[in-house]
Structures are given as structure tokens and as C-alpha cells.
Ligand binder design. Structure first.
Ligand code: AMP
Length: 361
């Protein structure tokens, strides 16, 4: 019997992209490109039986009230359609391709809905809308394009998949992997702080995702709980590539990211590289186990001051092993920060890693 977990795994393994000429239905693509262990026919009935909830008509209501039709260069820049995208064209998508389900949330640039592809086998996804005129108003058309291009090329179990995208006059639609357990930030706010076991498991997954990302010459630069989602099995899913840069051997100077997670070299306006993400991993570990970021202070100047002097204090409840990892990551000198491969071997991470010798049914 398929379980939600099996189905999620199957969905994650499936491939909606094709380098071939556009095909007429998703089933063909899935048959052709599905990973060997997937069985679309057995998951089909199950996928269509999953309750995607009640659609509230929100997209149409929102579209009446929000955004303007854009024209000119900006419109061209935002004419994003994965069916015509260079290396990984997908089939053609439009709003008619989906059965709409419940609202999942509201982002800054538009709503997010749970949807199911009408074509067999019925795929469950999160459909995210972005209003073009609002992206233009904030002058982030390029950044958005970059975010979409980067995310579409990434394939990792702890990185939210972007299966495809399309647009209409006013909006861009992103077909995202459905993160069944929602936002990491909400979970953290609910419990205050995570147990060391739970934190270590997330950090293990996060480190693996970062190793993968850096191997593709992508620096994330905006790691924080608000940018992390959770899959149906509670696994970490890195999302939001708004600030990431594709940087083959590049040293960058742009100041970006969230204040609390900024490393000293960015606070000081120096050049930086992928080791900014090592620092942020240290801040994230601290926030998970303590419940607040390590250098929080009243106002920007005070926060910057604490970051530059690496003013790190631990509550008594934190284990020596967790403190050791955090301290090794939160080093002023990027060269002294613990490399990610060594994070994977750190005793605190190893101690809580689930045993893999249990074969799942
Ligand atoms: P965002 O615009 O990315 O901030 O999304 C707004 C809200 O929609 C988030 O806070 C989540 O609660 C929800 N959401 C976004 N993407 C997904 C997804 N892939 N799966 C499930 N929920 C999502």
C-alpha cells in the first residue's frame, strides 16, 4: 500500500523536464523519465485520492484587485516560460493544467496554492504566484529570473524542486514541490527551540544541501529559518533563492541577506565567498538549539558590533558538542571556519544521525 511518504518520495524522484520536443501529456514524460524505482501507475490512484482541499477562488479575486499589465523591456524580462527555457524545457503549462486546492499561504508578491495536475498521473504541487508589476516596482526582475533559473537546475532531496513555470499578462506562476509540513519558522516559533537531536538532524540535511549547492557554484547567502520548509516526512527543504549568486570562482561585495545571519566580512563590506554560508549555518544551529539568533541586539549598529567582535554567549543548557560545532563555524576569519565536509563528521551531527541500516518497506 502506498503511504503519503512513499508517494512523496515517488513524486520527488519524478522528472517533469524533457530535452525532447514538447509532448502532449505528463504521463508520457513520467513514463519516459521516471526514476526506475517509481511506479506511476500504482501511485496514480493514490495521488488523485489525496485531498487537496477547497479552492477559495483567491487567485481570481486577487487578480481583479492586484497588479498591472506590464510592457516593454521589463515585460520581456519577465516572460518566463519553462517550456521554452534553454537547457531544460518542460511541457507547456497554464492555469488550466491544474485542479486548484486550498490556499497554502500568502507571500509578498502573491498567493500560494496546493494544486494537482489534471493530466495523469496527478501530481501534487504548490503553485506560487508573483505579480510582475510588483517585482518591477522593487526592481528585482533580474534577481527573480536568476532565482528561478538557479532553482530549476537544482536536484537535491533537501532543496525545494522547481518543476516548471509559466506566465500570463500580470503574473508569473512557479510550480514548486509541495512542502507538506510547511514552514520551519512556524515550527520553531511554536516550540521556542528545538531539541539537540532535532536540530542536529536538520543541520545534517542543511549541510548536505549546502555541499551540493556549492558544488554547483551557487552561494545561498540568505540562510534563515524563514527560508526553510519541511517536507511531508519532516525533512528540511531549502527554498527561496532570492539572494543566491551563481558565482564560478567569484568574490562578491554586495551587502545582502538578513542582519542576524550576516557574517563579519559582509558587515564590513569586504569581498566574500561561499564561506558566508558556513557562518550562516553556525547562526542557524545556534538559533535552533537556543531559540534566538546569537548576535541579536537593539538596532543595526549594535548587531553589527556583536557580529564583528564575534560576541558569542551560550546559555548553560547547550551541550559541549553543540557549542563546539557552533564555535567552529562562527569564526571571524572565513578560512578558519569548519569546512562543510567536516561538519558532516562532527561528533554532534554524527551522534544524532539516524541509522541507515533499517530497510524501509
Ligand atoms: P512565500 O511567498 O514563498 O513566502 O510563500 C508564502 C507561504 O506559502 C509560505 O509562508 C508557506 O506557508 C507557503 N508555501 C510556499 N511555498 C510552499 C511550498 N512549496 N509548499 C507548501 N507551502 C508553501
Amino acid at each position: 500500500m502506498a503511504t503519503v511518504a512513499t508517494l512523496t518520495r515517488q513524486i520527488a524522484d519524478l522528472e517533469l523536464n524533457t530535452k525532447q520536443a514538447p509532448q502532449s501529456d505528463v504521463a508520457k514524460l513520467l513514463t519516459k523519465f521516471a526514476a526506475p524505482q517509481t511506479k506511476p501507475s500504482s501511485s496514480k490512484a493514490f495521488a488523485s485520492s489525496i485531498d487537496i482541499g477547497q479552492y477559495d477562488g483567491g487567485l481570481e479575486i486577487e487578480n481583479e484587485e492586484r497588479g498591472q499589465v506590464v510592457a516593454g523591456d521589463a515585460a520581456e524580462e519577465l516572460a518566463l516560460d519553462s517550456s521554452t527555457s534553454g537547457p531544460n524545457p518542460t511541457r507547456e503549462w497554464s492555469l488550466h493544467s491544474f485542479d486548484m486546492g486550498r490556499p497554502l499561504g500568502k507571500g509578498k508578491f502573491g498567493r500560494v496554492y496546493m494544486v494537482r495536475t489534471k493530466a495523469e498521473p496527478k501530481y501534487i504541487l504548490a503553485l506560487k504566484t508573483l505579480y510582475k508589476s510588483e517585482l518591477i516596482a522593487e526592481d528585482i526582475q533580474r534577481q527573480t529570473r536568476r532565482e528561478i533559473e538557479i532553482q530549476q537546475n537544482l536536484r537535491h532531496p533537501n532543496i525545494l524542486r522547481l518543476y516548471g513555470y509559466f506566465h500570463d499578462e500580470k503574473r508569473i506562476f512557479l510550480m514548486l514541490e509541495f512542502a507538506g509540513k510547511g514552514e520551519m519558522y512556524k515550527q520553531l516559533s511554536k516550540v521556542g527551540r528545538f531539541s539537540e537531536r532535532r536540530s542536529a538532524r536538520y543541520i545534517d540535511q542543511m549541510t548536505n544541501a549546502l555541499i551540493y549547492l556549492h558544488s554547483k557554484h551557487v552561494i545561498h547567502r540568505d540562510i534563515k529559518p524563514e527560508n526553510l520548509l519541511l517536507g511531508l516526512n519532516g525533512e528540511l527543504k531549502m527554498g527561496d533563492f532570492g539572494w543566491s549568486v551563481h558565482a564560478p570562482g567569484m568574490r562578491r561585495k554586495t551587502l545582502c541577506g538578513t542582519l542576524d545571519y550576516l557574517p563579519p566580512e559582509m558587515v564590513e563590506g569586504k569581498e566574500h565567498d561561499e564561506r558566508v554560508d558556513y557562518w550562516a549555518l553556525g547562526v542557524l544551529t545556534y538559533e535552533f538549539v537556543v531559540g534566538s539568533a546569537p548576535f541579536e541586539a537593539q538596532g543595526t549598529k549594535a548587531t553589527y558590533g556583536r557580529i564583528r567582535s564575534v560576541d558569542l554567549k551560550f546559555p548553560a543548557t547547550i551541550s559541549a558538542e553543540a557549542k563546539d560545532l557552533i564555535t567552529r563555524l562562527l569564526q571571524y576569519d572565513p578560512k578558519k571556519r569548519l569546512p562543510l565536509t567536516q561538519v558532516l563528521n562532527h561528533p554532534w551531527v554524527v551522534k544524532y544521525r539516524p541509522r541507515r541500516d533499517v530497510v524501509e518497506a
